[in-house]
Design a protein. Structure first.
Length: 133
């Protein structure tokens, strides 16, 4: 899974692909969390136990649109999308469905500590990336 506004290093992509987890999402805690950011809380084994796009106190990481999903997860999410479409609900996003899926399937965070991971949404973001990546 890859959103088009993500810039990341080859090392992070390799770490994600080669991780022991079947379902892994790139995360970072290098910025201040606020509403309208996909935020996660992890347990002591890096398992995502809560995910929301509204600020919550236990959130320590931002989830990015760079992830590895298993066949099981893909089938689960595809069925949810199909059900939403049948119900004429076209206002859900992919991570919104994953917020529900974490209660049925294990998802883990892969933290970007040394590797580059940035999201570009504005010209200011682009300028920052141009100077620092």
């Amino acid at each position: 899974h890859l959103n088009c506004d993500i810039l990341f290093s080859n090392d992070l992509l390799s770490e994600l692909i080669n991780s022991k987890y079947n379902n892994a999402i790139a995360i970072s805690k290098k910025l201040d969390l606020k509403d309208n950011m996909e935020q996660v809380e992890l347990d002591s084994h890096n398992k995502i136990i809560k995910m929301d796009n509204l600020r919550f106190d236990e959130a320590k990481f931002k989830a990015y649109g760079l992830a590895k999903f298993s066949h099981e997860s893909t089938i689960y999410i595809s069925k949810k999308i199909e059900l939403d479409l049948k119900q004429c609900n076209r206002n859900k996003n992919y991570y919104g469905i994953i917020r529900q899926a974490i209660f049925d399937i294990d998802y883990y965070g892969i933290e970007s500590k040394k590797h580059g991971l940035l999201e570009i949404n504005t010209l200011e973001d682009f300028d920052l990336v141009s100077r620092n990546f």
